[in-house]
Design a protein around this ligand. Sequence first.
Ligand code: SF4
Ligand code: SF4
Length: 577
Amino acid sequence: MSTQPRIWDMPGGIHPPQNKAQSTARGLERIPLPKRLILPLLQHIGRRAEPIVQVGERVLKGQLLASSHGQYSCPLHAPTSGTIVAIEDAPYPHASGLTEPAIILDSDGEDRRIELQPVADYRSLDPVDVLDLIQAAGISGLGGAGFPTATKLLSRPDHRISTLIINAAECEPYITSDDMTIRHYPARIVSGIEVLMHILKPDQVLVGIEDNKPEAIAAMRAAAQDTTIQIIAIPTKYPSGGEKQLIQILTGKEVPSGGLPADISVLCQNIGTCLAIHEAILLGRPMINRIVTLTGAALQRPTNVIAPIGTPIHELLAFAGLQPERLHRLVLGGPMMGFTVDSAAPIIKTSNCLLAATREELPPPPPALPCIRCGLCAEACPVELLPQQLHWFAMGKDYAQLQRHDLFDCIECGACAYVCPSSIPLVQYFRAGKAEMRAIEQQHSRAEHSRQRFEHRQERLQREAEQREQERQARAEKAARAKAAREAQAARAQLAEPPTAAPDLARIQSRKVSTLSAEQKQLKVAAATARMALQRVQKQLATNPDNTDMQKQLPELEQAFAEAQQAFEQATTQEAR
Ligand code: SF4
Ligand code: SF4
């Protein structure tokens, strides 16, 4: 029998009512295939995917619809077969309520899929090739942040990962999607973890599950019994499922402020991501479904479902028996970190829970009162921040102090606001403060960028002016040398000195000219003069085609040149006869 490894405590934390039992009684259900799927191009942290399909195109289940655009991006696949009916802005599950570009897919009801290409013997592949398969399957973290998984696995390519942590804590009230994933697919999850072990070669793998999920703990222990993977039950306390908090609980190590887990040789993945990795590699399936908790007292039958990505939220709520008259607030996520969402929006890869709450479950917050400096918020903070101070600085927009007090280490868990007797919406202040500081930072970097561009332009103009001056001087020197040579030659000619070099073309031509009669010479000069006059006007018209004076002169000059040339040619032809 395996012994439970040592665990550590984390600072702060709270114990809100769990409310998890409501949604676990029905097992895991499959919803009917939706008629229309809304597939936002942004379902992860990073840049939007780029559509590679056209409106009107028929697609198969699992077919690539949009390819990743850069390192921080994820491809998108068709969750079922059907026709692309639009690529346009559509409702999006975000706190802002703004729309996002999406591919709209109408299902044909046949659910026909592309041919799958599983890789059973992935251990024979180079880890980099396995990473490519994970990237191609469109897997981004299912735990909430939505970091592209292949990118996260390489977050510090120069750091060896000694500890791989699988996050199955699922500490937020109401949410049970990880719990149900583990209960139904423990063997597949272990298989996905083994793929990660092949890539990272860690010394140890620790799976952290809160001790309020005994079925999940038992299922994972049974599935992992012949492996080196350790299943660790941790005390139920919110927010033990925060990445840095779970690392601290399982290893006793702290991720440095502003750093990444890889900085202390640790990497964390969500349990649902491990299932997606198994399906991508061993079954050849891209990420097109996810498990979602449907819960809240406004639903007649709370449950967990396997739903195609892109399913509109109202269809999921209808499946769970929404009672609209009881619905007070619809939240995507849990009551601590979730946000109000519109039911027209779809679920995306990061959507783990829909909470259809009644007024009793999520009552409107009472009016905020002044801070009484009780210090409860600081006691609850898992990051050991000083929320009352941060609140003070955020109200005064004192960004320097917010920076100094590590605002960006705040994980927005809401534990401080939960315990605040003055009902101050602390997290809202912190989110707003972060957004303002990011905007200022962007403004500074844009201004810095413009300054650098201006300086580079000035330097380039200066270099070009210097080069032009050098070329001008070179031309002047060359002209002076040529003039001196001509004057020297003229002086030698005056002194009737014999030619010092072989006869050149100019002299041959001058001999030819000297054979012309006086009349022929006169005609030749007239023709040359007419040609020069014509060329001058042609040149001026080339730079200024709208010059009407020149336009009028042009036919006359052309005729004058033709006549003069003809007269000269006739004179020389007659002479030759
Ligand atoms: S818990 Fe609320 S009232 Fe107490 S110190 Fe913090 S912000 Fe002030
Ligand atoms: S929301 Fe931020 S400040 Fe408040 S308890 Fe959580 S981490 Fe601490």
